[in-house]
Design a binder for this molecule. Structure first.
Ligand code: URA
Length: 211
């Protein structure tokens, strides 16, 4: 299947690290560290078009022209709680980014997203915003989070996840055709409980050791 709204970050290191993350016997500490490492690589691709301005600088040898990030500070919005794992990697890339949070839980019956918390930096206008969550499963949480953030009129909006599946990508594209998704892999399908197959289980439980 073709997903024109999605960029799969296709790299041997991403594939290797993701495979270790999928394994049942991978420890919480390793899972956490690997999610952070992969998030760095996802962020590298997701931020390819960051705007730059030229800057005159002096090296110990000469005057020259370099580059500095231009424009307002980037805003990162993890979906609580598992999105925090991706946030840590993205913040290593862009330590000056501002951070918002959105709390959504999945209604176990309807699998719909219910919002319980929302706090983002003021004035999202003209800012590039990245919403992140490891698993794009049904896509309901991502769709709801993006809808909520769009009410603050961000300059641009992207979605970064570790794993996606066809159902989630289709749902997200139907509701937010303007939002590009960056992921490490697109898995086969969802099971009847809304879990990604083959997936890696519950990303929040594996990240925080709450299983
Ligand atoms: N959330 C998870 O943590 N894992 C899945 O497979 C689907 C949703």
């Amino acid at each position: 299947m073709d997903f024109p709204n999605c960029t799969v970050v296709d790299h041997p290191l991403v594939k290797h690290k993701l495979t270790v993350m999928r394994r049942t016997d991978t420890s919480t500490a390793s899972f956490r560290a690997l999610l952070e490492e992969i998030s760095l690589m996802l962020g590298y691709e997701a931020l390819r078009d960051l705007k730059l301005r030229e800057e005159e600088i002096e090296t110990p040898m000469a005057r020259t022209t370099g580059w500095a990030l231009d424009g307002k500070k980037l805003v990162l919005v993890p979906i609580l709680r598992a999105g925090q794992g991706i946030l840590d990697g993205l913040l290593q890339l862009v330590p000056s980014a501002r951070v918002g949070h959105i709390g959504l839980y999945r209604d176990p019956e309807s699998l719909g997203a219910v919002e319980y918390y929302y706090r983002v930096p003021a004035n999202l206008e003209d800012r590039d915003v990245i919403v992140c969550d490891p698993m794009l499963a049904t896509g309901n949480s991502a769709v709801a989070a993006l809808q909520r953030v769009k009410r603050s009129r961000p300059g641009s909006l992207r979605f970064v996840c570790l794993l996606a599946c066809p159902e989630g990508l289709t749902n997200l594209r139907e509701h937010h055709p303007d939002v590009r998704v960056f992921t490490a892999a697109i898995d086969e399908k969802l099971d009847s409980h809304g879990y990604i197959l083959p997936g890696l289980g519950d990303a929040g439980d594996r990240l925080f050791g709450t299983k």
